[in-house]
Design a protein around this ligand. Structure first.
Ligand SMILES: [Ca+2]
Length: 122
């Protein structure tokens, strides 16, 4: 699944950028996600800002942990190897969504897009 996605992206990039190839070392999109982490992105398909977690964050809106992600998550890649819970309220409250491991990167469901305010490893 991931390999297929990367191949599609690479072919699109090759078609659009004829003369100037991007630096090989500059990871973009989902490729910025480290292994063994839960990665979240402010844009669809791994675009925008990235933040990643090992255990979670009880309040994405405060200054503890990554900032700028509260109510702004549109895609995720759960590389933690564990199931995670994502909530629309702080302190793991309100509507709860579940992210399973080993399913690859994906956009969050429309109901959860730009709604998550806390998340945690289960
Ligand atoms: Ca926080």
């Amino acid at each position: 699944m991931r390999i297929k996605g990367l191949l599609v992206s690479a072919s699109i990039g090759a078609a659009m950028v004829v003369a100037a190839a991007p630096p090989a070392s500059a990871a973009t999109g989902y490729d910025r996600c480290p292994n063994f982490r839960m990665c979240v992105f402010t844009g669809p398909n791994g675009s925008g800002a990235i933040a990643y977690f090992s255990t979670g964050d009880g309040n994405l809106g405060d200054s503890s942990g990554p900032v700028g992600m509260n109510n702004d998550i549109e895609s995720i890649w759960n590389r933690s190897g564990h199931t995670w819970e994502l909530f629309d309220g702080v302190g793991f409250s309100g509507t709860r969504w579940v992210s399973r491991p080993y399913v690859g990167p994906n956009n969050v469901i429309p109901a959860a897009a730009n709604k998550v305010s806390s998340l945690r490893d289960t």
